[in-house]
Design a protein around this ligand. Structure first.
Ligand code: GAP
Length: 483
């Protein structure tokens, strides 16, 4: 019987079984930065490949690129990140702890709601108004009037509210000079926009078409304490779909459906997802929604789908003085070519790390296997086989009598097609449990009977059922499960 999933248990499991480690842990880690271990990086690669396949290989009008992390600083002026990619912050003078103002107020309102829901709603409504008006003095006043306290110092001794840009900056070249400041990209999308003309011309792309990219992004997140859900260095999988102005609504709907289909193909049930339509739209968007997944910490955004109009290309055209136009020689209803225009863009943007956390959270299962005779339980990661880091474990019953050699031959043969793992330490029972904890869908045991009749025992992870099959069928059985 499966029990309730606990976020802390999942985090511990990720570390204990080589999926995700705190970065530079021997120096006590670095806040909101994580490393993927031997199994985490396999899982990451599998999810990345599943996305790439669905976007690039299965759409003949989408191509992929790999643009640099460092970009010309004007890129970020044009994209609006230098002026707008910031959050209002406030520091507590006693603890020196910095808070995002909205998080501080929301935390207070959450507490207040336990005794007075109406008062909490009023606080949140005031906050929304003040944030929309960029009224920093008003926000500070709201915090002080309600005596909102720092969780560390327990005092209300606050600094002014200030904007804090989330981009990391560094210097280009050896001489540090203000004019040489460059930024670590906070999203991969701008690498696509600045290459729009290059790809369109060299690929002879015809609208509608898309450019996809997977890569690192960096944000100096202030409140970052939800494991790989909110990191300072993370990976995005983004796709910009360039369309004729006026058709963006229909493509927005297309991509909402297509992306949800991908999510469901990960083997996650539909009721674990929901769309969250944005009511307040950014000034450049004409529609936007998130796909949210029901994490153990509640429904949260995994992916954003945004209809971004021609904002980015137009802005890059203004700042670079290069024409970002497309000539459309298809005919309109009057038989005239649509001619030159700046394309509109529908974007799909998913965080790879959040997708990993989603897949692990969904797969993580604690099962009580107790019988009347003995207490027993197991933790099993029920990954779909195509995402599992290890597809097959080959376990000789013992090292001697030539069993290890037979097992190694099978491993060598299977490794040509998929990742296969050899393990000879510990009892078979312990080895099965370890493979369950890593999410390995199949284990094969080589025993003395294998030598006699060429058969093996194959164990299925989820049902724990075992069957005897010819060793020659193992590879195909696993390959079929990966389809
Ligand atoms: N180009 C659009 C864009 O970057 P976003 O909503 O800021 O939009 C897209 O980010 C996705 O990137 C999010 O849905 C989330 O999955 C992921 N993401 C954003 N910030 C993140 C962070 N600090 N840590 C991990 N993933 C993050």
């Amino acid at each position: 019987m499966a029990t309730q999933k606990n976020f802390q248990d999942i985090i511990s499991h990720c570390k204990e079984y080589g999926f995700i480690f705190p970065s530079s842990e021997i120096y006590d880690g670095l806040s909101a930065v994580y490393d993927y271990g031997q199994w985490g990086s396999e899982l990451k690669k599998n999810i990345r490949e599943s996305w790439w396949r669905s976007m690039v290989y299965l759409h003949e009008n989408i191509v992929g690129i790999d643009s640099a992390i460092f970009m010309h600083p004007t890129t970020w002026k044009a994209s609006g990140h230098i002026d707008n990619f910031s959050d209002p912050m406030i520091d507590n003078k006693d603890s020196k702890k910095r808070y995002r103002v909205d998080h501080l107020i929301e935390g207070f309102a959450e507490q207040l709601a336990t005794t007075d829901q109406a008062a909490a709603d009023a606080v949140l409504a005031s906050m929304d108004q003040l944030l929309a008006a960029d009224d920093f003095a008003g926000l500070k006043n709201l915090i002080e009037t309600h005596q909102m306290k720092c969780a560390v110092s327990n005092t209300c001794n606050w600094t002014e509210v200030r904007q804090f840009n989330l981009m990391f900056s560094t210097q280009l070249g050896s001489v540090a000079d203000e004019s040489d400041t460059i930024y670590l990209r906070p999203e991969t999308a701008q690498g696509i926009f600045v290459n729009f003309l290059n790809v369109q011309k060299t690929g002879r792309m015809k609208i509608p078409f898309g450019i996809a990219q997977v890569g690192k992004a960096f944000r100096n997140e202030i409140v970052a304490r939800q494991f790989v859900f909110r990191m300072r260095e993370f990976e995005q999988m983004e796709m910009q779909f360039f369309v004729r102005p006026g058709t963006q609504k229909q493509w927005y709907e297309y991509w909402k459906e297509a992306r949800m289909k991908w999510h469901l193909e990960l083997g996650i049930p539909a009721d674990q997802y929901r769309f969250h339509d944005h009511v307040k739209l950014a000034h450049y968007a004409d529609a936007a929604c998130d796909i949210e997944y029901n994490f153990p910490i509640g429904f949260k955004e995994v992916e954003g789908i945004h209809s971004r109009t021609d904002f980015d290309l137009k802005s890059h055209q203004e700042h670079s003085k290069k024409k970002m136009q497309y000539f459309d020689n298809d005919l309109d209803e009057n038989g005239k070519p649509f001619g030159n225009y700046i394309p509109y863009v529908v974007e799909t943007s998913i965080g790879l790390d959040r997708a990993i956390l989603m897949v692990i959270s969904e797969a993580y299962t604690e099962e009580d296997l107790s019988t009347e005779e003995k207490q027993d339980s197991r933790v099993v990661l029920k990954f779909p086989p195509k995402l599992a880091p290890i597809k097959l474990a080959v376990l000789p019953l013992m090292k001697k009598d030539g069993l290890a050699e037979i097992a190694r031959e099978l491993v060598a043969d299977c490794r040509q097609q998929f990742y296969c793992f050899y393990e000879e330490k510990d009892s078979i029972g312990k080895r099965y449990r370890r493979m369950d904890a890593l999410g390995t869908p199949f284990c094969v045991t080589i025993d003395h009977q294998t030598k006699e009749d060429g058969t093996v025992t194959i164990r299925h992870r989820d049902s724990m059922e075992q069957e005897r099959i010819p060793m020659s069928e193992v590879k195909n059985l696993v390959m079929n499960a990966l389809k």
